[in-house]
Design a binder for this molecule. Structure first.
Ligand code: ACM
Length: 542
């Protein structure tokens, strides 16, 4: 999970992990090997030393980086999901926004890997550490669910024999956490990164600012966090990330090959900033702090030069803290800003992003504004007929797909879901799975699609357990749409594969919704029925 591109099972090749196993790596793969060993040691109780290939240790788990790593495997390949031959995929035409943009069908590329399991050992080969990391996550899934235990378990650690060759369909696969409506501390965010990484999602979009709170320290405008960060929905204490907190999140994510995408939502969704700095408000008066859940009432003054100094300072500081290429400008629901002022504001704000060296991402409301090179629109509509977005794509924009009625993980699963919304409808697991990013929006062809993202808005989500409850089991559905070849798409097979993850989540202490659509194994272990308080995160240090 997500379904690999190709699988060639070998019933005679099962491998059993034994106490004398060691990981052999070439040095560039060291960090991935250390992480893999860290996942396997608690449950197995095995020492699993990590050694250089040069060392004389008899290693049986081998991670190899090869810049020219090739994807070819014997031709009578059996697809994981019984799909058509690879040549038939997407008409066999490599496309710019998707895998194999260079047209090289046999290269593993930036994120691909090959995993071979034989009776003698296990080998992962990739061209990059990210590829090795994804392969290591696959290896983890090939072991029994008990591998998720944090304490030693008596188990036969058998992995099924065969070969997996795997690469992503789209380069951008993400989830968004709204830390503005309710604030979530660093430890919670790191745990969310772990959840993304399991399913080969490679971007974490942090919605850092909104009416109810400003969550990132900005040295040049300190009251943004100190005053604007002190509130949240429902009147709780809020909070914000210091620069070091944010750096810690970014570094932890980077180690797991997850890129942080910071969002500063402008010009609307800015009440918290206006509370802190009334000169940014159109009437130059501080509004009261806002702890409700309405949208669309606030905006920074597009006619005041001080607003642009504020935007430049904030974007500059956030960009300097962010190694990834993206800076998300928001742009949604600025209902009180006249269209002409909105266009002028966005043109200047986009230029300020470009001046930081980052690439603009924004909600699809940016579509009618001026085009800038490379810009990316995040489409969150519920009706795939959107002429403005289609026109922006004709001018060169790329699109991240987050359709509100499929990918918004704050929507309830069913009428009785205890938290969440339903303005975009109910989203059960099947609905989260049954759409195609490559053809979802008219006029947005697959080659213009950068990828997919599952946003989680948190007006009603207050704890890590509630985040997990809304994520699982839908997050893997969106992850699969971003990663897996379209010809593997098959609801009935998907739900069976997903069912096997219930025991993994239970063993790992991850809360999830036991959706009746999924044929969960009944016993053991027990499946939780409600969001429950969660124990402290297991992994907290970068
Ligand atoms: C959004 O849901 N306002 C992007």
């Amino acid at each position: 999970m997500p379904a690999p591109e190709r699988v060639l099972p070998d019933p005679d090749g099962d491998f059993t992990l034994t106490p004398d196993a060691a990981l052999r790596i070439d040095p560039a793969g060291r960090d991935v090997a250390d992480q893999l060993a860290g996942w396997l040691r608690p449950a197995t109780g095995f020492p699993l030393p990590v050694t250089d290939t040069a060392d004389p240790v008899e290693g049986r788990l081998t991670l190899t980086l090869s810049p020219t790593a090739a994807a070819d495997i014997p031709t009578q390949d059996t697809r994981s999901a019984g799909a058509a031959p690879r040549d038939a995929r997407d008409g066999g035409t490599p496309t710019g926004g998707t895998r194999d943009g260079d047209g090289d069908d046999d290269a593993l590329g930036d994120e691909g890997y090959r995993l071979d399991v034989t009776a003698a050992g296990v080998r992962i080969v990739a061209a990059t550490p990210a590829g090795l990391f994804h392969g290591a996550q696959t290896l983890r899934q090939l072991l029994p669910a008990a591998v998720e235990s944090t304490t030693p378990v008596a188990e036969r650690w058998v992995m099924p024999g065969g070969t997996v060759v795997d690469r992503p369909r789209f380069p951008y696969r993400g989830a968004m956490l709204d830390v503005a409506r309710h604030f979530f501390g660093v430890r919670d965010v790191l745990r969310v990164v772990d959840h993304l990484a399991r399913y080969k999602l490679n971007h974490l979009h942090l919605h850092l600012t909104d009416d109810q709170g400003w969550r990132i320290a900005v040295d040049s405008w300190p009251r943004l966090a100190e005053v604007g960060g002190a509130t949240e929905v429902g009147g709780g204490p809020g909070g914000w990330y210091t620069r070091d907190d944010y750096r810690r999140i970014v570094a932890y994510a980077a180690r797991r090959h997850v890129t942080v995408v910071p969002e500063i939502d402008l010009p609307g969704h800015t009440n918290a900033a206006l509370v802190a700095y009334p000169e940014l408000a159109p009437d130059k008066t501080a509004p009261p702090p806002y702890t409700g859940t309405e949208v669309g009432f606030s905006y920074v003054d597009p006619a005041d030069e001080r607003t642009y100094a504020f935007v430049a300072d904030v974007l500059g500081e956030v960009a300097a803290l962010t190694p990834g290429p993206w800076l998300h400008l928001g742009g949604d629901e600025a209902f009180k800003v006249p269209a002409e002022s909105y266009r002028a504001f966005v043109a200047r704000a986009q230029a300020l992003v470009a001046a930081t060296g980052k690439t603009v991402v924004g909600w699809h409301q940016l579509a009618p504004t001026e085009h800038v090179d490379g810009r990316v629109l995040q489409w969150w509509g519920t009706n795939g007929d959107d002429p403005d977005t289609a026109e922006a794509v004709r001018r060169g924009a790329r699109v991240i797909l987050s359709p509100g009625n499929h990918a918004y993980l704050d929507m309830k699963y069913a009428p009785d879901t205890p938290i969440g919304h339903d303005w975009a409808g109910l989203i059960d697991v099947r609905r989260a799975y049954e759409w195609d990013p490559g053809s979802h929006v008219q006029g947005v062809p697959a080659e213009a699609v950068l990828g997919v993202e599952a946003p989680l808005w948190t007006e009603s989500v207050t704890t890590l357990a509630e985040i997990e409850y809304m994520f699982f089991p839908r997050l893997p559905a969106v992850a699969e749409l971003g990663w897996s070849p379209r010809e593997t798409h098959d609801w009935s097979r998907f739900r069976s594969r997903l069912a096997a993850h219930g025991p993994r989540w239970t063993t790992a202490g991850i809360t999830f919704h036991p959706s009746p659509e999924i044929p969960w194994p009944s016993t053991p272990p027990q499946i939780p029925t409600q969001p429950t308080p969660h124990p402290a995160p297991i992994t907290t240090t970068p």
